[in-house]
Design a protein around this ligand. Structure first.
Ligand SMILES: CC(C)(COP(=O)(O)OP(=O)(O)OC[C@H]1O[C@@H](n2cnc3c(N)ncnc32)[C@H](O)[C@@H]1OP(=O)(O)O)[C@@H](O)C(=O)NCCC(=O)NCCS
Length: 404
């Protein structure tokens, strides 16, 4: 695949598969120069810790493509893709989707059609591998990628999700779980049974949930309920699903993923911004808050990782408190982990759980927009004439921790 830039530049760009031995250094250089968010004096970049494939390698079918200037050998763009089979939310229906993530074009080479070229190439890869739909997500403030996805590649907005972020250096008193609440770890077998029983009908529920829960990055799955109630069968840690029929009146569940062992973020501030920020810090942290200085300004200006909470679910009238206890439990578990500076979760704005998400003064929220496009022709993914993705505006999405 070649992209010509006219006679003045006399150069062309090829899109090809990433070759670890040949491209690692160039790709790392590119990632270091590519901000993924840029606001008022600072930007955030991703550090893949020497493994550019880390966000897709846990999927059996994955790829990373690079855009290279022919002759010069310079890598000017990258994109990752993976394939997964997910639930449609329509009974037992499931569908193969391609997910696109980690699209980056070097700042010097933007607006030359390279992003579009990479998108077309990765879409073709997904279609070749049987994708019926392609899914991708971006921050609501990322005008460049929203335009690229919607205007040039014809993606349609699926849903808005909220990414909750809480830094782990906040005051411990805020994070005392209730003494009335019991928190217990499920065995992997129990967690698989519970998710298949309760969330298999959720859109994007990954059919290989057992792979996720057996991965090294999975820290485990915990449930919470009131100590005054009995949850019979919970302590039979085998494959016995008895506990699913004996749930207490209210309970909640969450799984945790050590994203901090996979990749990290880095906040880069401009020299002027560092200077202003340092002066404001002297005056007091509340001052930053009053000025609505955004979250990342309070982040350390160095590498930091996060713990990802996924598979959130709850039943009964007291889900809010039970979920909050799990959140506090997670917070306390990682607050002393050196590389982990935040806990993060993502929930659809239409999900009833959204109203129950823990809100303390130090929680920030980023709006993430999911886009999709139909690329296949199989009738099996439709119910009647309705498209499974579009038919229900109350989209409850299972967020896969592997490609978050
Ligand atoms: C988003 C990104 C990949 C676009 O790459 P690019 O090579 O500049 O994109 P293209 O030249 O192919 O642009 C295609 C279209 O995208 C839209 N677009 C790209 N940059 C834009 C910008 N800065 N403002 C508004 N629209 C923009 C336009 O519609 C453009 O078509 P046009 O030039 O005919 O108007 C690039 O800006 C980037 O790497 N950003 C940082 C990383 C990131 O945000 N990645 C996406 C989230 S995963």
């Amino acid at each position: 695949m070649e992209l010509n830039y006219g006679s003045s530049m006399e150069m062309s760009v090829v899109v090809r598969e990433y070759d670890g031995e040949r491209d690692l250094e160039e790709v790392e250089k590119l990632e270091r120069n590519c901000e993924i968010g840029s606001r008022r004096g600072f930007s955030i970049i991703t550090n893949m810790m020497g493994d550019p494939l880390c966000r897709v390698r846990l999927f059996p079918l994955h790829v990373m493509l690079v855009a290279e200037f022919v002759g010069v050998g310079e890598i000017v763009g990258v994109v990752r893709g993976c394939m997964k089979c997910v639930g449609t939310g329509l009974g037992a229906g499931n569908v193969w989707i391609g997910c696109i993530l980690g699209l980056r074009v070097s700042p010097k080479h933007r607006r030359m059609g390279i992003g579009l070229k990479l998108m077309k190439s990765i879409e073709a890869w997904a279609v070749r591998n049987g994708a019926e739909y392609i899914l991708l997500a971006t921050d609501e403030n990322n005008v460049a990628s929203i335009n690229l996805f919607s205007l040039k590649c014809h993606y349609v907005k699926l849903s808005s999700l909220a990414i909750f972020v809480q830094l782990t250096d906040t005051h411990p008193k805020i994070h005392a779980p209730s003494n009335d609440v019991a928190i217990e770890k499920l065995s992997i077998e129990q967690a698989i049974l519970l998710y298949k029983d309760r969330l298999a009908n959720e859109k994007f529920f990954p059919l290989d949930i057992d792979n996720i829960l057996n991965e090294e990055l999975s820290l485990g799955t915990w449930v919470s309920y009131y100590k005054g109630e009995r949850w019979s069968g919970l302590h039979c840690k085998g494959k016995d699903g008895e506990f699913l029929n004996n749930t207490p009146s209210s309970w909640a569940v969450v799984s945790m993923w050590k994203t901090y062992d996979s990749y990290k973020f880095q906040v880069k501030a401009t020299p002027l911004f560092r200077c202003i920020h340092a002066s404001l810090k002297q005056i007091g942290p509340n001052f930053l808050h009053c000025l609505r200085i955004p979250l990342a300004c309070k982040l350390p200006l160095k590498l930091f990782g996060f713990l990802f909470l996924y598979g959130l679910h709850g039943e009964g009238d007291n889900v809010r408190e039970l979920l909050n206890s799990l959140w506090c439990f997670a917070f306390n578990m990682v607050r002393d982990v050196r590389d982990c500076k935040a806990i993060v979760s993502e929930v659809s704005l239409n999900d009833p759980l959204y109203a129950h998400m823990p809100w303390v003064s130090s929680t920030s929220c980023i709006n993430d927009i999911w886009f999709f496009k139909r690329v296949g022709t199989s009738k099996g993914v439709m119910k009647g004439e309705e498209n499974w993705v579009e038919m229900n505006p109350r989209v409850h999405c299972f967020v896969d921790p592997r490609d978050f």
